[in-house]
Write a protein that binds this ligand. Structure first.
Ligand SMILES: *[C@@H]1O[C@H](CO)[C@@H](O)[C@H](O)[C@H]1NC(C)=O
Length: 281
């Protein structure tokens, strides 16, 4: 996956920004069960801040083994927190209307075993309703990558003390605005103080991008036919699991509040939950 640059013989850090290995987030297990925080359970939407406070159990795995010195780091990182995309903004806009319908229905359907839904539901307004476009990296997302770079610098001083050179520190981003911006924020955190630009003594650094349709490293989900085929093949099974979970949630909400929510409503509520937790200040 790596293999770029390296003219100097020792590629010290390879920042690949644009796609994250989600698997690590799915290993969050019993450790955090004592204090459940939904922000740590948002899969690919989990913010860097929430992810950073997850305890993975065996901390010793993280430290450098006795007698070893790190000489090279490959980092594959996802873009930071972003605004919902235009499509999602439109979905949530419509959902505001739907919530009013549900709240009205719930008011009529109350019986001795239900309670009234929370008051905010009937006059909820999408916080993004004034936005025509979306998907861009938020200031919070910039900070996430800036801070991530600073943590790396502190953790691996022996690697990141080398002077900047584009072959020593190749940074590759996908051809997606929020990912490219994330890689720039990361570079600013990594190389601040090393240049001559402005009060923060920033320096210029390069970010390389493959064209979207040919990016076999970072956009394999888009360019690899085998990957796409296998995903398509598994989709019905995954959809079945999802339906089961969403059905259960819909039933519970209905039993508790008398709100006749459908699977689609649960999908929108989950979308809203992820965005409210991650992207509002
Ligand atoms: C009360 O309403 C809920 C939701 O509509 C329903 O599931 C439940 O069966 C009702 N309970 C009674 C006792 O009528």
């Amino acid at each position: 996956m790596m293999g770029r640059g390296g003219g100097s013989g020792m590629v010290k850090a390879l920042g690949l920004l644009g796609f994250m290995l989600v698997a690590s987030l799915w290993t969050v297990g019993a450790e955090s069960a004592d204090e459940f925080d939904v922000r740590q359970h948002l899969s690919t939407t989990t913010s860097y801040a929430a992810g950073n406070s997850i305890r993975y159990g065996d901390e010793t795995v993280e430290s450098t083994p006795e007698g070893c010195v790190p000489v090279h780091i490959n980092l594959v990182a996802r873009h930071g927190s972003r605004r919902p995309t235009k499509k999602r903004i439109a979905e949530l806009e419509k959902f505001a209307e739907r919530l009013r319908v549900l709240a009205k229905g719930a008011a009529e359907a109350q019986n001795e075993s239900t309670i009234s839904p929370p008051a905010w539901i009937s006059d909820w307004k999408s916080p993004w309703s004034d936005k025509q476009i979306g998907g861009e990296l938020l200031p919070k997302g910039e900070e996430e990558h800036y801070d991530l770079a600073q943590r790396y610098k502190i953790k691996y001083p022996e690697i990141f003390s080398e002077e900047y050179h584009p072959d020593v520190y190749p940074i590759i981003a996908t051809q997606v605005g929020r990912s490219a911006a994330s890689s720039v924020a990361f570079g600013m955190g990594m190389f601040a103080g090393q240049g001559t630009l402005g009060p923060a003594k920033q320096r210029a650094f390069s970010v390389i991008t493959d064209s979207k349709g040919h990016d076999i490293h970072l956009r394999f989900h888009d360019t690899c036919i085998a990957y796409k085929e296998s995903k398509k093949l598994r989709k019905p099974k995954v959809a079945g699991w999802q339906k089961h979970v969403y059905d259960t949630v819909a039933e519970r909400v209905k039993g508790r509040y008398g709100m006749a929510v459908t699977i689609d409503d649960v999908t929108s509520l989950w979308l809203l939950c992820k965005n409210v937790h991650n992207f509002l200040p």
